[in-house]
Design a protein around this ligand. Structure first.
Ligand code: TRP
Ligand code: SF4
Length: 404
């Protein structure tokens, strides 16, 4: 569909759980850094989300928030183009969460797969709380508050975007029918200009009478690319097309980007909970030591045994870091026992150390200048709040609750 890219909003968040690692970087952050130049992006530190599983000890939360802000900036998120903020500094997240909680059936939350999974995984914590059950709805509010079209997340979060769509649909269904809708639609159609107005009516008719999906797509494009329409009129015309009323809260989509598999030191997925990570600002000596000890093809016991890169997590790292030539050298040398595992790891160690030292160096500048970081984030919070307030105004109006 043909919404101009600069009008499409992307939103994503991360929980602050301490220093980021290479898995976070290659699995998410690098992707965000590219997206920020293609879309209007909102990235936030999900400190309230951290509470849903970590409510008992909040003493490290503040430190983790600033660590994450600095990790992001040092890695290349650019507050000049993306809006970077802290969830709890935009209290509208809580208000929208509360309003949405009124219309969300309990069963929808109980059925989210991560609910039971995480309770089982984190069996040492008491997660039989209201906040934990409601966490996907808090995420729903995060997304809908910015009327985001796209949400870049991994597989494990797809179900949360799905529930977001359901809640948005329910909200729009319940509250998307303003008084005088037809009259306002007529006025909006006129404002398209007579040629486009006729085209809009014809396309709508083709869709409504014959279910012509192509006509629907064309009509939507006609509306979405019209720069003269107000946001409210655009929403009315879109809602009038399929009879759904106004999409006060548009349904978002997952933005799936192919990201490389980043193995941890033990060959499992790199994850803080497995203790198999390499930190984004780790000291070169420690990185070198860890990589030297990293798991290889278990069948390659002696130097003289040929190995199989497909069974070796080090190869997965080569796929992330090494060029074609080095990769060919690994393949050939490993299978023929022509190279040893330490030899194989050497160019990788160089690459990882180089990447991490650059990030660590920039991070140090921010660490030395906390006021600068606070200022950038404060500005992001303000900007985010402006957008959040607009959405809540529309929400309150739709719910007939904009009395003062
Ligand atoms: N739940 C996400 C996670 O645990 C973080 C998150 C919170 C998020 N709110 C969001 C991601 C909104 C995308 C959009 O990783
Ligand atoms: Fe893995 Fe490289 Fe050793 Fe082969 S040579 S087993 S790819 S570390």
């Amino acid at each position: 569909m043909s919404v101009p890219a600069q009008n499409r909003r992307v939103l994503s968040g991360m929980r602050p759980t301490g220093q980021l690692h290479l898995g976070n970087y290659h699995g998410a952050l690098k992707n965000w850094i590219e997206l920020q130049y293609q879309y209007e992006c909102y990235f936030f530190i999900a400190d309230w989300h951290a509470l849903t599983t970590g409510y008992e000890d909040t003493s490290k939360l503040e430190e983790y928030v600033w660590t994450m802000a600095i990790d992001w900036l040092a890695a290349g998120l650019n507050p000049g183009v993306a809006t970077i903020f802290i969830q709890s500094r935009v209290p509208e997240h809580a208000e929208l969460h509360l309003l949405l909680s009124m219309i969300t059936p309990l069963g929808w939350l109980e059925r989210v797969p991560s609910y039971k999974d995480q309770q089982a995984q984190l069996a040492n914590r008491d997660l039989s709380t209201y906040g934990f059950l409601g966490y996907p709805l808090l995420q729903t509010a995060d997304i809908l508050l910015y009327r985001s079209q796209y949400v870049p997340v991994g597989e494990d979060q797809v179900a949360h975007v799905e529930i977001t769509r359901e809640v948005a649909r329910r909200f729009n269904h319940l509250y998307g029918r303003e008084q005088d809708f037809e009259r306002k639609v007529e006025r909006a159609i006129k404002s398209l200009g007579s040629r486009n107005a006729t085209m809009y009516r014809d396309l709508r008719k083709d869709y409504q009478e014959r279910g012509d999906a192509e006509a629907l797509a064309k009509a939507r494009a006609l509306v979405e690319t019209n720069a003269r329409l107000t946001v409210a009129d655009r929403d009315r015309l879109l809602g009038y097309l399929d009879g759904s009323g106004i999409a006060i809260l548009p349904e978002p989509e997952v933005l799936l980007t192919a990201t490389p598999k980043v193995p941890g030191l033990d060959g499992r997925k790199m994850s803080k909970s497995y203790g198999n990570t390499i930190g984004l600002r780790e000291h070169p000596d420690s990185v070198t030591k860890k990589l030297k000890a990293m798991q290889t093809d278990p069948a390659r016991v002696r130097r003289s045994d040929p190995g199989d890169p497909e069974k070796c997590p080090v190869w997965d790292l080569h796929k992330v870091y090494s060029g074609a030539e080095t990769q060919a050298w690994v393949q050939q040398g490993c299978r023929s026992a022509g190279i040893g595992c330490l030899e194989c790891k050497a160019p990788l160690i160089d690459k990882v150390v180089e990447e991490i030292s650059g990030i660590a160096r920039r991070a140090q500048e921010y660490e030395d200048n906390p006021e600068l970081v606070r200022g950038m984030i404060a500005e992001g919070c303000e900007r985010a709040r402006g957008v959040a307030r607009d959405t809540l105004d529309a929400v309150r109006q739709a719910m007939a609750m904009n009395y003062r």
